[in-house]
Structure formats: C-alpha cells, structure tokens
Ligand binder design. Structure first.
Ligand code: GLY
Ligand code: MN
Ligand code: MN
Length: 462
C-alpha cells in the first residue's frame, strides 16, 4: 500500500478528526545536544521521511489530510541545511494542504469547526502536552490506557498489524544488515576479546549500511540478564555469547534477532544440550505458524518442548503438560515466546493489550504473564519467535519458588549450572528469528543467519 492508500484507509475508518504528531528532537543533556530524530511510528506509517516537529490532521468529514510543518528559517538552513519548501512537500507527500505548525492551534480551530479532536500520545513529551491541550484528552505515552482513544488505536492497529509487500521488502533489507552484523561478531569472538569490541562490530555493521540499532544491543556472556546492555566482560573459553541485535533501516522498520555461540568454537556438554533444546523449541514453534493459530498456543507448545527437554536433563521432574500448567518451566524460560515486529521492535506495544490481547485476559502466572501478545495469527503479521533457557540466581534461589516447585524442579542440579564459569554461572541461551505469517505457513525473514549448532561452532571457532 502506498502512503496515500494508508491515509485513505485511515480516513475511511475515523469518526472524528485526528491529529498526529511526528515528535521532535529530544535532548540528551543540554537542550541543543539531541538524540538523532526518530519520528513516531504512526507518523512514519502514514508519511514518507517525516520532519521533526510536524503534525497532521486527518479529517474524515472532508476526506482531507493537512500536514503542518515548521517554518523554514535562515537559522535552520544555516545550522541544519535547507529543507524542501512547503509546495514540494505537498507534492511529494500527496497531502491536501501544508500549513505552518507554529500556528497549529489556530489552524485547527478553523479546520475542525468546533468538532471534538482525537490525538495520540508520542514519546516527545512536548508534542504530547500539545496534543493534550488541543484535544482536552488525558494523553500519556507511557500508559497504554491513555495513549489515545481505543477506537482510533484499533483503526491504526488494523492497518499496521498486517504488513504489505513494501513493508516486508524493508524488513528483508534490515534482515540482511542484521545478518552481516551477527556474522561479524561471531567471527571475531575468541578468548580475551572484550564484549564491547564485538558490540562495536555489530553497530558498525549497521552504520555502514545506513542503519541504526533498532534497540539497545544486547551482547553479553551474561545472557541470563535478559536486557543486559553492559559490554564490560572479557570472553573466556566456555562462555556462551548471547547477541540480541537488530538493524533499523531509514524507513523505520526493524529486525530483532538473537544468536548464541561458544567462545573458542565448542560448546561445553551442558551448553550443547541447552542450545540444542532451545533450537528444537524454536523450530517447533516456527513449524506451527499459519493463519488462525493462536500465538499463546505457540508459546505453550514451545514451553512443553522445553519442559520435556528439561526433564531429560534432570532439571525438572514430571509430565511436560503438568509442569507447564503449574509454571515450573518458567523458572528456566521466564519470558514470552515473542512479539509483533515492524516499525516498533515490540510493534504496537504502546497501544497495550487492547490491541495485543484482543478480547483476552493476560495470565497472571510468572512467565506466561510476560507473553507480549495473545492474538490469532493472520497473513501478513510479522512477529518474533524467541524461546530461551536461562539460569538466573534470583529465580533459582528464590525461597518462594523453591518452596512452590520443590517436587518439580531439581534445584540441586540447577546449582551446578549456577556454579559454572568460575561461579559466574551458565548464563543463558536464546534463539530469535523474525517470522512472517503467510497464507499457508511462514517465511522466516532472518533464516539465513546461522543457528545450527555445528554452524555457529564453526564460525565462532574460525
Ligand atoms: N530485543 C528485545 C526483544 O527481543 O524483545
Ligand atoms: Mn524480540
Ligand atoms: Mn531480541
């Protein structure tokens, strides 16, 4: 779908005028030193290469879209370079009119003619404050119940959830760049190398292709810390490096990929068993993807594969079904199987469970409670599949869990894993791919990134 078609679809489903904000520059310390601009994902979905500080009015009654852009000043031209004049932007974007954003409130009063306006909160708190004052709505970006009116969020989600060929093409490009980055880190991984060097190779590979990290790169031998952004360790033989990194391209689409490999090129016996079990669960879940399948069932099915494997390793005792029902598997697999992926790494997560758990309640059980979506899969959806196994001291030594799962978890055996690597512990293994639900099954956008045990051992040992 072209940007114009997307906007027409949105106009057709709105009942009130909607104001969207791109968001602007956000300071990292003193005001003039800002993070690189990244437009809000909804704005990116409806407009090509949006400018910071812009806004848009979708008027369903008039079937028009007006874009509001910052005034062009000599000062901006001097410091940041000249930008397209309004008439050029109007032609390029195919909108009905372009006006100055400085006079947004006055323009809206005349355009909306007293009608109640809707808006959506964005990460830029100044833009959100403006949206609040324009609409009178209690909008907050970090509270999914206040990010916008439900009907509006659902209308946008209905468009963004199923990716078109042009969106998949963008994601295939970022998958290629992500592939290159993961290979660079695998090949440079040997005892004595610091994690930060590998992280630099990953992010350098992104930058060389005009991409940025879609999220904070996770590269660590402490893979059991799920969102570990520290890169201070030095690799030693026996360690497992966990790399969770994905490129974001200029159009804003993301990859999100995790690979693990052994430093020195050979897994320890424990590492090999855990790795092969996680891979088995991942391939099992991917193999079940097709339209109509409930994502929560994929999650639970992967949990059962992991639980059976943990029984075989002597870490759990009992039948896989009942272990998963009780939540015992979650002491080793404490997160959900994955999430939607697109312009946001956790796509549409800002819209909350209204979109990601449609008509369904989130489980309150430890582990499954972290499942980020419970939707029936549909053709065109892109999501991750990312099972993992972790040895987390805070979980495995929790007195509460030890009491609750006494008969189901072999805590003495788990202690052996916690004692590995000189007491630093086994760490964790996660394998994550980006999967499209097709009419008949799935396409794995990131399938070319090596994950077979022998393949990653060979690359890491080269
Ligand atoms: N990289 C974050 C995640 O996998 O969800
Ligand atoms: Mn992910
Ligand atoms: Mn990830």
């Amino acid at each position: 779908m072209s940007f114009l078609q997307r906007r027409d679809r949105l106009l057709a489903s709105l009942t009130r005028p909607l104001v969207l904000f791109s968001g602007g520059a956000i300071s990292r310390n003193y005001p003039a030193n800002t993070y690189p601009f990244r437009a809000d994902s909804n704005f990116l979905y409806f407009f090509e290469r949006p400018e910071p500080g812009s806004a848009a009015l979708f008027d369903p009654a008039e079937k028009t879209v007006t874009l509001f852009l910052p005034e062009r000043t000599i000062g901006d031209a001097l410091w940041h370079g000249e930008v397209e004049p309004f008439d050029v932007v109007k032609r390029r974007q195919g909108v009905d009119q372009v006006m100055t954003v400085e006079a947004l409130e006055a323009h809206l009063q005349s355009l909306a003619k007293g009608r109640q306006l809707d808006a959506i909160a964005v990460a830029d708190f100044k833009a959100t404050a403006r949206a609040r004052s324009i609409t009178g709505q209690d909008l907050q970006f970090d509270d999914a119940t206040k990010v916008g009116r439900g009907e509006v969020l659902e209308a946008i989600a209905a468009l963004r959830l199923r990716k078109g060929p042009e969106e998949l093409a963008e994601m295939r490009k970022t998958a290629l760049v992500t592939h290159e980055a993961h290979l660079a880190a695998m090949k440079a991984s040997r005892p004595g190398v610091k994690e930060e060097l590998l992280a630099g190779l990953v992010e350098g590979a992104f930058a060389r292709s005009g991409c940025v990290p879609a999220y904070g790169t996770i590269l660590s031998v402490r893979g059991e810390v799920l969102h570990n952004h520290d890169h201070g360790n030095t690799l030693a033989a026996g360690d497992i490096v966990l790399l969770d990194a994905g490129a974001e391209g200029p159009a804003g689409y993301c990859s999100d990929v995790t690979r693990c490999w052994p430093v020195g090129g050979a897994f320890t016996p424990e590492g090999r068993d855990v790795y092969e079990l996680v891979l088995k669960a991942e391939l099992h879940a991917i193999g079940q993807v097709r339209p109509g399948v409930r994502y929560r069932e994929l999650h639970l099915s992967a949990c059962r594969v992991l639980a059976q494997g943990l029984v075989d390793l002597g870490l759990l005792t009992g039948a896989a079904d009942s272990l998963v029902e009780a939540g015992a598997h979650a002491l080793f697999f404490p997160h959900g199987l994955g999430h939607q992926l697109g312009l946001d790494v956790h796509d549409l997560e800002a819209f909350g469970d209204r979109v990601l758990y449609p008509g369904r309640e989130r489980s309150t059980q430890f582990g499954t409670a972290f499942l980020r979506m419970d939707m029936d899969l549909a053709e065109g959806m892109v999501f991750t599949i990312e099972p993992g196994l972790y040895f987390v001291p805070a979980i495995l030594r929790s007195p509460d869990f030890r009491a609750k799962f006494r008969g189901q978890v072999n805590f003495d055996r788990a202690e052996r894993y916690l004692a590995m690597n000189g007491g630093r512990g086994f760490g964790g293994v996660r394998i994550e791919d980006d999967v499209v639900c097709t009419a008949t099954g799935s396409e794995v956008l990131t399938a070319a990134i090596p994950k077979g045990r022998a393949e990653v051992e060979a690359l890491a040992g080269a």
